[in-house]
Design a protein around this ligand. Structure first.
Ligand code: NAD
Length: 738
C-alpha cells in the first residue's frame, strides 16, 4: 500500500522503516491526513506476520513540528458553530476530535508490535508525544536534535498522552518542569533524564533503532505490565506528599493561575497518576477539550503561534519589491549602548558590520561588547571560541565614514539629539551607495523630521530596537511620511536576517510600544500618589501577568530619563500635556533624593551589592500617606493595568499608528511582556468584548480619571460589540497598509 505522507520499506530483518516525508512541505506536521495514514500503518504493521516491528523516522531535516495548530483552531471553530443548536453534540464532537491523535498513539502502544522512534532534528509537541508512545526512542547526536513539549506557550498542553506517559517514564518533578515550562531538551539532556534509550551519530540512527527491534524490544509498555511503579512514587506516598504541595506553590508563584493550559497540566498529572493509563488518558482529553474552549487558548494560539509566524515570514512586506540580501551594515554610534547591541545581533545574523563612532576608541567599545556577550555564551555552553572569533571577524570599527561606502544599510544610533543626528546623517549620506537605505533607531524623534536630513527621503526608515538588544525579540519598523516601499522591504528583510520579529507602525510621538509602556508606568505613579503600597503595586502587576513590575521597569529605563521626557514635554507642548502630580513625584525622586534608577543603585528600589537582592526603597512610603492594603481591591488594580495599556493600544489603532491587529498584539507581548495569557493588548479587549471593555473603562474613569476615557472608535464599536479583528479584517484596505 502506498501513502501520501509516509514511505514504508520493510527489510529482510522484518523491520518496517516508516519514513515521514510530507510532500511540498519543509516540515512534517500532524494533520488529518497524517493521522489517518498513521492509523492504517499501525494496522498494517500489527496485521502482517512478516513484520517484527517498525521504526518511525523522518525524510526531512527535522523530525516534525508537531500538530498543525490551525487544525485545532478548526475543531474549535466547528464547536462554536454547532454549540448554539446542539450543545451536547458539539461537546461530544469536540472531545472526539481532540482525542483522535491520542487514540491512535494508544493503538500504536498496544498493537502488539514494537515501534521505535528514530529522531534527527527537532521533534516538537505531538511528535514528541509520538516518540513517547513508541516502545523505544533513539536520537541522533546532531546539536539540532531536540525533544520538546512547548504547547503551554500557546495556551494549551500536550493532549496526545504527553501528560500521562512523561511522568510514567521519568521523575514526576522533571516531567512537570518539562510540561509547565514548555522546555525542549537536546539529546544529551534527554538521555540523562531517561527520555530516550540511545543517542548515536546520525548515520547510525535507523540501524540502531532497527537493532532494538531485532534484539527483541518488548511491545508492552512498563505501565501496561502488572505491578508497574511510577518512577517518582505514587501520588499518595511520602515522595508524592513531598512533591505535589511545593509543585503547586511553585506553579502559583510562576503563573498566578492565569494560564488554563498550565493549570490543566497540574491536574492531569496529579489525577492521572492516581488512575490506570487508559482512564488517565480520558482525563487528559477532557481537560484538553475544556482548555481548547478557553479564551486564553484561543487568543494565545492566534497571537503567539499563527500571527507570530506570519509576521516572521514577512506578512507586512511589500510583495512587489524583490527580496534584498543585506551583506554589510554600518552603525553610527556603534560604540554606544544600543549601537553595540545592534552590532552584535547583526554579526550574529552573519552580516558584516562597521561600527562607526566619534573616535576609534569609542567604536572599539562596541566590538568589546560583542566579545563580552560571546564570552558569556561560551561559559553557558551556547557558543564556542571558534564561533566567537568568526563573529568578531565580521565586525570592523572606525571613525572614518569612508568605511560605510559599501554598506547596504546604515543604522543611526547616536545620542538622542536632533542636532547630532542631523550632522551624522548628512555626513553618512555623502559616503553611502546610491541605493543604500538609511535607518534611525531613535526612540522619540519623529522619523519624518529626521528624514529631512537625508537627500533621499524615500530611502529613510525607522528601525527601533529594544534594550537589551540581544534579548528583546521585537523591532518596530517606523514608516515616516515619505518612507518608500524599498526602504520598508529592506528593513523587514534585515530584521528577518537577524531573526527578530518586526511590526510596522506609522510615525508618531513614542511610536506604538513606548506609548503603552509609558501608560503602564504612569498608572503606577497614580497608584503611588493615591497611597497604594509600592510592594502591592509591583506584586499586583505580576499577578496581572506582567513580567516586570512598573516601578522596577522604570528603574531599568532610568528615572532621570522619565524626568527628562516629562520636562521636555512641558517645554514642547506645555504643562497641560503632563500630569503635574507625576512631575512632582519624579522631581522629588531625582532632584531631592538623587534616585536615578538602577544605574546609580538607587531608584524605586535599592540595589545592594550582589548576591543580595533589590528591595523597595523604604523612603518611598514616606512620600505619600499610605492606604491600608487590605482595603484595596486587587482585581481593580489588575484591571487598571490591563485597561490603561489596552486603551492606549486602541487609541493607536484609531490614530492609524498601528494598522494590523496581529502586530498590535504580537508587539505588546514581545515589546514589553503585556500579559501573554490575554493574547495581547487588542485581544484582551476582544476577549471580553468591546462593550464590556467600554463599561470597565467608564467605571475606572469615574474613579481614577481621564486616562480611562474610551476613545471615539471604541465607543462606536461597543454599540454592536464589534471586535477589532472583525473590524480590521474588512476595513478600508488603505488604512491597513501602513
Ligand atoms: P549612548 O549614549 O549609549 O550611545 C550613543 C553613541 O553615539 C555613543 O557611543 C557616542 O559616542 C556616539 N556618538 C555621539 N555623537 C556621535 C557622532 N557625532 N558621531 C559618531 N558617534 C557619535 O546612547 P543609546 O542609549 O545607545 O541611544 C542611542 C539611540 O538609541 C538614541 O537615539 C536613543 O533614543 C535610541 N534608543 C535607546 C534605547 C535605550 O534603551 N537606551 C532604546 C531604543 C532606542
Amino acid at each position: 500500500m502506498s501513502y501520501k505522507n509516509f514511505k514504508v520499506e520493510t527489510g529482510s530483518d522484518g523491520v518496517a522503516v516508516v519514513i515521514w516525508d510530507m510532500p511540498g512541505k519543509s516540515m512534517n506536521l500532524i494533520d488529518q491526513s497524517v493521522m489517518a495514514e498513521m492509523d492504517s500503518i499501525i494496522d498494517m504493521v500489527a496485521g502482517d506476520d512478516a513484520i517484527k516491528g517498525a521504526v518511525i523516522t523522518s525524510g526531512k531535516e527535522a523530525f516534525s513540528g508537531g500538530a498543525d495548530l490551525s487544525m485545532l483552531q478548526g475543531s474549535f471553530a466547528d464547536f462554536q458553530k454547532m454549540k448554539a443548536s446542539d450543545p451536547e453534540g458539539a461537546a461530544t464532537r469536540l472531545f472526539e476530535g481532540v482525542s483522535q491523535l491520542q487514540v491512535i498513539y494508544r493503538k500504536l502502544e498496544t498493537c502488539g508490535k514494537p515501534f521505535v522512534a528514530a529522531i534527527n532534528g527537532v521533534a516538537m509537541g505531538g511528535s514528541t508525544e509520538l516518540a513517547l508512545a513508541c516502545h523505544g526512542r533513539v536520537l541522533s547526536d546532531n546539536p539540532k536534535t531536540k525533544l520538546g513539549l512547548p504547547e503551554v506557550k500557546v495556551g494549551l498542553f500536550p493532549g496526545a498522552g504527553g501528560t500521562q506517559r512523561l511522568p510514567r517514564l521519568i521523575h514526576t518533578q522533571e516531567a512537570l518542569q518539562m510540561l509547565l515550562l514548555g522546555k525542549s531538551y537536546d539529546a544529551a539532556k534527554a538521555k540523562k533524564l531517561g527520555l530516550v534509550d540511545e543517542v548515536v551519530p546520525v548515520d547510525q540512527l535507523v540501524d540502531t533503532a532497527r537493532k532494538l527491534i531485532v534484539d527483541g524490544l518488548s511491545a508492552v509498555k512498563p505501565w501496561d505490565e502488572k505491578g508497574f511503579k511510577i518512577p517518582a512514587g505514587p501520588v499518595y506516598s511520602k515522595a508524592g506528599a513531598q512533591l505535589f504541595p511545593p509543585a503547586n506553590a511553585i506553579y502559583r508563584r510562576e503563573t498566578f493561575d492565569n494560564y488554563p493550559g498550565a493549570r490543566a497540566i497540574m491536574k492531569c498529572v496529579y489525577e492521572g497518576l492516581l488512575l490506570p493509563i487508559d482512564t488517565a488518558l480520558k482525563v487528559e482529553s477532557r481537560y484538553f477539550a475544556n482548555v481548547l474552549q478557553s479564551t486564553e487558548a484561543g487568543m494565545m494560539i492566534r497571537t503567539l503561534f499563527l500571527s507570530l509566524q506570519e509576521l516572521n515570514k514577512g506578512a507586512r512586506r511589500p510583495a512587489e519589491i524583490a527580496p534584498t540580501s543585506i551583506k554589510k551594515v554600518g552603525i553610527l554610534g556603534g560604540g554606544g549602548f544600543m549601537g553595540a547591541g545592534i552590532g552584535y545581533v547583526t554579526a550574529k545574523g552573519g552580516i558584516n558590520v562597521v561600527l562607526l563612532d566619534r573616535d576609534d576608541e569609542a567604536a572599539e567599545k562596541g566590538r568589546a561588547h560583542s566579545a563580552e556577550l560571546e564570552d558569556k555564551a561560551i561559559s553557558r555552553g551556547r557558543s564556542t571560541p571558534e564561533k566567537k572569533e568568526e563573529l568578531l571577524s565580521l565586525i570592523e570599527t572606525t571613525a572614518d565614514y569612508s568605511a560605510i561606502s559599501d554598506c547596504d544599510l546604515v543604522i543611526e544610533a547616536v545620542f538622542e539629539d536632533s542636532g547630532v543626528k542631523k550632522t551624522v546623517t548628512e555626513e553618512a549620506a555623502k559616503h553611502m551607495k546610491d541605493d543604500a537605505i538609511f535607518a534611525s533607531n531613535t526612540s522619540t524623534i519623529p522619523i519624518t523630521s529626521l528624514a529631512e536630513n537625508f537627500p533621499r527621503q524615500t530611502d529613510f526608515v525607522g528601525i527601533h530596537f529594544f534594550s537589551p538588544v540581544d534579548r528583546m525579540m521585537l523591532t518596530e519598523i517606523i514608516k515616516g511620511k515619505k518612507t518608500g516601499d524599498q526602504a520598508l522591504a529592506t528593513a523587514l528583510d534585515f530584521v528577518r536576517q537577524i531573526k527578530k520579529t518586526p511590526i510596522v507602525v506609522n510615525d508618531t510621538r513614542g511610536f506604538y510600544i513606548n506609548r503603552m509602556v509609558l501608560r503602564y508606568m504612569s498608572e503606577a505613579y497614580n497608584m503611588l500618589i493615591e497611597g497604594v503600597p509600592a510592594a502591592m503595586i509591583e506584586n499586583v502587576a505580576k499577578m496581572a501577568g506582567m513580567p516586570v513590575g512598573p516601578l522596577a521597569l522604570n528603574d531599568e529605563t532610568a528615572i532621570d530619563l522619565s524626568h527628562k521626557i516629562l520636562h521636555q514635554t512641558i517645554r514642547d507642548i506645555g504643562e497641560k500635556a503632563v500630569d503635574m502630580r507625576h512631575v512632582e513625584l519624579i522631581d522629588a525622586m531625582v532632584e531631592k533624593h538623587g534616585r536615578l534608577g538602577r544605574k546609580n543603585g538607587k531608584g524605586f528600589y535599592d540595589y545592594p551589592a550582589k548576591p543580595a537582592k533589590k528591595y523597595i526603597w523604604p523612603g518611598l512610603k514616606d512620600l505619600y500617606p499610605q492606604l491600608d492594603a487590605d482595603t484595596i481591591s486587587v482585581q481593580e488594580l489588575k484591571d487598571r493595568f490591563h485597561a490603561v495599556i489596552a486603551l492606549e493600544a486602541a487609541r493607536c489603532v484609531e490614530e492609524n499608528v498601528v494598522t494590523d491587529m496581529r502586530e498590535a498584539d504580537v508587539g505588546s507581548i514581545l515589546g514589553f511582556g503585556f500579559a501573554p495569557f490575554t493574547g495581547g493588548a487588542i485581544s484582551y479587549i476582544d476577549g471580553m468584548g468591546t462593550s464590556a471593555f467600554v463599561t470597565l473603562c467608564k467605571n475606572l474613569q469615574k474613579k481614577y480619571g481621564e486616562q480611562f476615557k474610551p476613545n471615539k472608535e471604541l465607543l462606536e464599536m461597543a454599540k454592536t460589540n464589534q471586535s477589532f479583528y472583525a473590524r480590521y479584517e474588512t476595513d478600508d484596505p488603505t488604512k491597513r497598509a501602513a
